[in-house]
Design a protein. Sequence first.
Length: 246
Amino acid sequence: MPRRQPPKGDSGFDKIVLTCEHGGNEIPREFARVFAGNRSVLKTHRGLDIGALAVATSLSQALSTPLFHVTISRLLIDLNRSLHHPKLFSEFTRDLDRDSRAEIIKAYYLPHRHTVERWIEREVKRGNRVMHIGVHSFTPVLNDEVRNADIGILYDPRRRGEKWLASRFAALAKTHSESNHWRVRKNYPYHGAADGFTTALRRKFTATKYFGIELELNQAIVGTSSGRRAMSTLMAAVLDQMAQPG
């Protein structure tokens, strides 16, 4: 994608970086015993964000922008949670001894977090403004509640640049998805200021240098190959248009 000048003001960005914290359902051999008799859960929405990594990979290729992803199951450790969060470890791993939990954090959690943070820090030091897109997906029904959205755009409304970018993102996504009748909502099915990787990064980088946006995509769509292709095409068009001047 050719480099374009960003729009003026504190909502412009120079670089896009993609991440996918729940990209797979792998369990390291040394912890396989923990899931004995429960392997099937790893294939569900609890084990991974179904379809998210495929969309993120397509976007990375289409936009020629870096993607940092993890294929370890969120049921081993949730890389989108803070270290102090009570659901950092799942019901399968929270009762592991302290040394085992520390090993998981050191081997899988910290490398991803530190790699992304260093990349952003390097770009900020170069004078670039970074828009970070965390790609996730959500189950269409949770606890008998039907989620009434197909594309969720999460952000922190207290940060003016993120609010502007999220509004533009949502407007463009609605326009591009009219033929599919996909429903686009902001800060749904979760709130962008809740505990998560983007929230942690906001504490490290100023609101004029870092914009954290999380995409939440309905697994009813991205759970199929045709849906993933359509969603990837739509998201690439939206982000490409957002990178244009004006």
